[in-house]
Design a protein around this ligand. Structure first.
Ligand SMILES: *[C@@H]1O[C@H](CO)[C@@H](O)[C@H](O)[C@H]1NC(C)=O
Ligand SMILES: *[C@@H]1O[C@H](CO)[C@@H](O)[C@H](O)[C@H]1NC(C)=O
Ligand SMILES: *[C@@H]1O[C@H](CO)[C@@H](O)[C@H](O)[C@H]1NC(C)=O
Ligand SMILES: *[C@@H]1O[C@H](CO)[C@@H](O)[C@H](O)[C@H]1NC(C)=O
Ligand SMILES: [Zn+2]
Length: 300
């Protein structure tokens, strides 16, 4: 990459309009997920998170939840690109770790679900050691984990291989030309904020939080739990995502189609629920990792 390439990349990443299509949930999506999670952290987990956050976060996890997207195109971090998603066989509409978790060159365990296992283990094992002892940078582990738990809930981050999770499906979102992946990362959320939430993301976040403590109250325990008491269960979340991708994201969104109210109004509740689920599950995961009980087990 030449000097101009570097500066171009830097400028694009520095602006709020991130490179369309290739990133995870957009900035708003990741911010929303981490804001929701913050509200459900235990005292212990909140203290541990605050200790690990970089100074730039100013004590707010949500501020750094897009960090993995901001760095992924720089030379030093290019290896992390495949960790944002997992592609599945075209039209199968299911996900299998052994079959699907690899990068485009076929290297095993290079995908979002592997990354969630990786960074949750680093945090669990490093929790009672200093950064230098554990050998991992736990600040990075926290930012990666918080981001990837969001990404695995975005249905098209577990989309088809042939269309790169909707990236190569060119559509119109109302009058604007874009691609299907970008619609699910950004456009649905941006249109909702504009149309229903007075252009204020904080109001949308409050509405989702109200649903969590109100309408969805009964199902929240089932969202938090992982089979066999595991700390994380990204395979389950990836399976949910590809099902939703087939049922909602790909349906009636063929190349060249124009997506308007019909699509927007029927998909928005799916997006809002996925944001809620990621937030609740991120908090549950951090609460498990940073519980004194977990510490006792690790110390034993
Ligand atoms: C695990 O984390 C380390 C440290 O960031 C990184 O080098 C490695 O590529 C990661 N692997 C996966 C699958 O996330
Ligand atoms: C850990 O990672 C953060 C973010 O990349 C970096 O700013 C910090 O210097 C790292 N800490 C150590 C001890 O390497
Ligand atoms: C899960 O953990 C709880 C509390 O530690 C324990 O009571 C329960 O038996 C465990 N369940 C399974 C399936 O391991
Ligand atoms: C709240 O929940 C209802 C019922 O599931 C859903 O229709 C609505 O879109 C949700 N609103 C938000 C902001 O999540
Ligand atoms: Zn991402």
């Amino acid at each position: 990459m030449g000097g101009t390439g570097f500066w171009w990349t830097w400028r694009v990443l520095g602006s709020l309009l991130l490179v369309p299509g290739i990133l995870g949930w957009g900035k708003e999506g990741h911010y929303t997920i981490c804001k929701i999670a913050e509200g459900f952290l235990s005292e212990e987990a909140l203290a541990a998170v605050k200790e690990l956050l970089p100074a730039s976060a100013k004590g707010d996890l949500a501020e750094v939840c897009s960090w993995p997207d901001e760095i992924r195109h720089s030379y030093h971090w290019r290896w992390s690109g495949p960790l944002h998603y997992v592609d599945t066989p075209d039209f199968k509409c299911n996900y299998k770790y052994c079959r699907d978790c690899h990068d485009s060159a076929g290297h095993k365990d290079r995908c979002v679900t592997a990354a969630i296992y990786n960074y949750s283990m680093q945090l669990s094992s490093g929790y009672h050691e200093s950064i230098s002892e554990s050998g991992y940078n736990l600040t990075e582990a926290l930012m990666f984990l918080s981001h990837f738990i969001g990404d695995v809930h975005q249905p098209l981050h577990v989309g088809f291989t042939g269309d790169e999770g909707g990236n190569t499906i060119i559509v119109r979102w109302y009058r604007r030309k874009t691609n299907l992946h970008h619609v699910w990362d950004n456009m649905i959320i941006e249109s909702a904020v504009k149309t229903y939430y007075s252009k204020d993301l904080a109001i949308m976040i409050k509405a989702i939080e109200r649903n969590i403590t109100d309408g969805w109250f009964n199902v929240i325990p089932s969202w938090k739990i992982c089979a066999n008491n595991q700390t994380v269960c990204p395979n389950e979340h990836a399976s949910e995502s590809i099902s939703l991708a087939c049922k909602y994201a790909y349906r009636n969104a063929t190349p060249g189609s124009t997506l308007t109210d019909d699509y927007f109004l029927s998909r928005l509740p799916v997006v809002e629920k996925r944001l809620a689920q990621s937030g609740v599950r991120l908090a549950a995961t951090l609460n498990r990792i940073f519980s004194s009980q977990a510490k006792q087990i690790a110390d034993a």
